[in-house]
Design a protein around this ligand. Structure first.
Ligand code: F6R
Length: 260
């Protein structure tokens, strides 16, 4: 029988998001207890929204504090100003930053408008390293198999850089932008190497639209054509799925029991 990396199928995306939020809050607590900041890599998109809602709930109701948290987002669209409604800066403010006690100076995202892209990317890498590296990286997965915006062909050791978005990725977001013509063609993304440098990783995938790429990610060859396959080589990577996203696996895993 084939051995997967850590894969858990939850009864639904709410349970998966709640569990991950609890795990991340324990990590923050543990690191803070040993007088360290928690350095978290964050993702955007529809997948992590419930996870952020749960972190906000833990902050409001269970005293989870973000005062000693530093964040680095995976990516940002090139050409979008920070206050554009579809920018990842706007997303993070609306979904998390505006609702918790995280000091703005401790949040980092690649900039969508920048004079010297190469220098900016090198600086982003340097800031991550100077913060002590990523304790945890949150990931979604695109239908091209991208993590961050590491589209097919992204080398395993790639670092933060500008990348051209795949046509499928652009089509998947066309509605939000009011048509394909309005979707940016490029983004800045952490590289696969940057992401794999995190000490722990969690990829969440929900819904039937992700079933085929999850099957390729977990059962296909490890290849730069599906950058998420590199996670299988990381000893502390986890996949948190709902039954629909797990439905194309050749040996579907039963939904796990989750504690209330
Ligand atoms: C977002 C990111 C992307 C998304 C992926 C899935 O910061 O880096 O890799 O995680 O495109 O997007 P959703 O969750 O909208 O399906």
């Amino acid at each position: 029988m084939r051995q997967y990396p850590s894969v858990t199928v939850f009864a639904n995306k709410h349970d998966a998001s709640r569990q991950l939020a609890l795990d991340v809050s324990s990590l923050i607590y543990q690191l803070n207890q040993s007088d360290r900041y928690a350095v978290l890599g964050l993702a955007t998109g529809s997948t992590p929204k419930l996870f952020y809602q749960e972190l906000i709930r833990l902050h409001r109701e269970e005293n989870l504090s973000f005062k000693k948290v530093i964040t680095f987002n995976l990516d940002e669209y090139l050409g979008l100003p920070k206050d554009h409604p579809e920018s990842y800066h706007t997303f993070m403010r609306e979904q998390l930053f505006d609702h918790v006690d995280l000091p703005p100076a401790q949040t980092h995202l690649p900039q969508g408008i920048v004079d010297d892209v190469e220098q900016h990317c090198a600086d982003y890498e340097k800031t991550i390293a100077e913060s002590g590296g990523l304790d945890f990286q949150l990931l979604g997965i695109g239908r091209t198999g991208h993590i961050g915006f590491n589209e097919p062909g992204s080398p395993r050791d790639s670092r933060t850089r500008a990348i051209e978005l795949d046509e499928l990725t652009r089509r998947d977001t066309a509605e939000a932008f009011g048509g394909l013509d309005h979707v940016p063609t490029h983004a800045i993304t952490m590289g696969c190497g940057t992401i794999l440098g995190a000490r722990r990783l969690a990829l969440m995938a929900f819904g039937e639209a992700k079933a085929e790429i999850i099957r390729e990610t977990l059962e296909g060859p490890i290849t730069d054509q599906v950058s998420a396959t590199f996670l299988r080589e990381h000893p502390r990577s986890r996949f948190l799925l709902d039954p629909e996203a797990a439905s194309a696996l050749s040996q579907p895993l039963p939904p796990c029991e989750t504690a209330e």
